[in-house]
Design a protein around this ligand. Structure first.
Ligand SMILES: Nc1ncnc2c1ncn2[C@@H]1O[C@H](COP(=O)(O)OS(=O)(=O)O)[C@@H](OP(=O)(O)O)[C@H]1O
Length: 278
């Protein structure tokens, strides 16, 4: 992202304003890949100093599992080769070894925090070399590392003031989509829209339905299939062990999120996370 030419990106926003002949519209952009992009916070803030950021977080293991299953099922997925011959438990065990190795090499370069570092540090904003290297290890591990939310969220918060960054949780979107949309509208300062109630209950990019024109009512999204070796009737055997190991790996990152939530710096986390990652 950061090496790309900026003009076409700027042109996108201008094109929409011209097309609609309006200067009072808010232009948004979204992607699952911005969050872990290390250089994106300063880049986007430079492009738009008043930018507002919305982050949607899901239980970290569930996110990894969702991405794993997606990569198994999408024929040309970029990580298909990594996952095609493994169960989730097998793949996670291998990935954890290489991720932990990478992080332990980064650890040697961690060093003391620079004098005057604020409550959040990030890329070019107080990260030591070791922290940057750890973030690189995690950013390069799309399926697993991207779930180490505190590293990436801290980087965003080092560049974007907390009042311009809204953290939302997928579990709340599932339970009450309208309430989440109302929070988004209030955060953006836009008028409340009247949503089609049927569309509010739809889920996009769900298993077996991977494209933006394919949606399903939420109740039709079943459990992850046994064929993926992910969850045989819930949490049994190797999957249960892999889940426990992943919870151990993510715990310190989650604990940081919890402390930010307790300090009022981000929205309170889903209660179930406190139990799982205690
Ligand atoms: N409204 C709503 N509420 C709750 N959950 C939802 C919703 N919409 C999509 N989903 C689930 O999100 C998963 C797909 O994530 P993404 O759309 O970010 O995938 S992608 O990275 O852009 O391909 C995918 O999760 P899994 O089905 O577990 O794989 C979707 O089911």
């Amino acid at each position: 992202m950061c090496d790309k030419h900026l003009e076409p990106y700027q042109r996108e926003a201008a094109t929409w304003r011209l097309r609609l002949n309006r200067t009072d519209i808010l232009i948004g952009d979204w992607s699952a890949s911005y969050f872990s992009c290390i250089c994106c916070p300063p880049l986007l803030k430079t492009l738009n100093p008043d930018i507002k950021i919305i982050v949607m977080l899901r239980d970290p293991v569930d996110r990894a599992l969702s991405r794993f299953v997606e990569q198994k099922r999408v024929p040309n997925g970029p990580f298909r080769k990594q996952v095609e011959n493994s169960t989730f438990a097998e793949w996670a065990a291998t990935e954890l070894v290489s991720l932990r190795d990478c992080i332990s090499r980064a650890e040697r370069f961690r060093g003391p925090a620079p004098a005057g570092a604020g409550p959040f540090t990030g890329w070019g904003a107080g990260w030591t070399l070791g922290e940057w290297m750890e973030a690189q290890c995690l950013a390069r591990s799309n399926l697993l590392g991207w779930s180490a939310y505190s590293v990436f969220l801290g980087n965003w918060l080092a560049h974007i003031p907390p009042e311009r960054l809204l953290v939302l949780y997928t579990v709340d979107l599932s339970a009450d989509p309208l309430a989440v949309l109302r929070r988004v509208e209030a955060f953006l300062g836009v008028r409340q829209h009247t949503y089609d109630p049927q569309r509010l209950g739809l889920v996009f990019n769900a298993r077996d339905c991977y494209n933006w024109r394919c949606s399903k009512p939420q109740k039709e999204v079943g459990p992850v299939d046994k064929a993926d070796g992910a969850a045989a009737g819930g949490h049994e055997g190797p999957f249960k062990q892999a889940h426990a190991e992943l919870v151990r790996f993510f715990r310190p990152y989650m604990q940081r999120l919890f402390s930010w939530a307790d300090e009022g710096k981000i929205a309170q986390v889903p209660p179930a996370w406190r139990t799982t990652y205690a």
